[in-house]
Design a protein around this ligand. Structure first.
Ligand code: DX5
Ligand code: ZN
Length: 221
């Protein structure tokens, strides 16, 4: 599956806050809401102070869904592991600008493996750090929390980078926001130019996942 063409707002639920013992069911809920992207947070305990999932889990997720598997690599040395994630079934691979010296080469590698590519920047990283690589990417990921954990509070100042990034990449590149997205922060990031909304706690932290998705959709309209 490919990322939807830019020009539509997409919600990409992050299963980080889902019930991992019932992951297939949680993914079915995303499908039944009519969403097309699932956001998979990969953490290595080195680039970020938490450990989550790797290629073996993604391989099993791939077998149970046709959703776009959007892999957010919060790992050191992403060049060493990118092929394993693609072989496991990733459709889109995002890596951090803070984790590599050769971002342009990484984008080329990801494209060469048949996936779309994303670059991500942490809250304290300036837009200038991605100036060269951003136009080569299919999606830019703006962190609005410090990566590592779900359920943190939205950092307003980090969201301010959405506007200059939109000017830099134009309308043909998706801008994804990740961290603290819920029905109250959604209008703000959409107003600034974001079109892809990652939400973890705001969906899987709620009893009624479908109602939670609908509330974010309503807030983005
Ligand atoms: C944080 C992850 C996020 C996280 C978002 O490091 O990259 O994708 O799951 O979670 P919420 O929506 O709960 O802030
Ligand atoms: Zn993420």
């Amino acid at each position: 599956m490919r990322l939807p063409e830019p020009g539509t707002i997409q919600i990409a639920p992050s299963v980080l806050s889902a019930d991992f013992a019932r992951l297939a069911d949680e993914i079915k809920v995303i499908e039944s809401a009519g969403l097309v992207i699932v956001h998979l947070d990969v953490m290595d305990g080195h680039f970020v102070p938490n450990i989550t999932l790797g290629p073996p889990v993604i391989k099993w997720i791939r077998k149970c869904t046709d959703l776009v598997l959007d892999c957010h690599l919060m790992i050191s040395d992403p060049e060493k592991y990118v092929e394993a994630f693609v072989k496991a079934g990733a459709d889109h691979v995002t890596f951090h600008i803070e984790a590599t010296d050769r971002p342009e080469q990484m984008v080329e590698t990801i494209h060469g493996l048949g996936c779309t590519a994303g670059i991500c920047l942490n809250p304290e990283t300036p837009v200038s750090a991605i100036e060269t690589v951003a136009p080569l990417c299919d999606m830019i990921l703006v962190m609005t929390v410090h990566p590592g954990f779900g359920g943190q509070s939205f950092i307003q100042e980090a969201a301010q980078k959405i506007e200059p990034i939109r000017r830099l990449v134009g309308p043909q590149v998706r801008i994804q926001v990740d961290g603290g997205i819920d029905p109250t922060t959604t209008p703000r990031v959409v107003g600034l130019g974001a079109d892809t909304l990652v939400a973890g706690h705001a969906i899987f932290g709620q009893k009624d996942r479908l109602a939670a998705i609908k509330a974010i959709q309503d807030a983005s309209a």
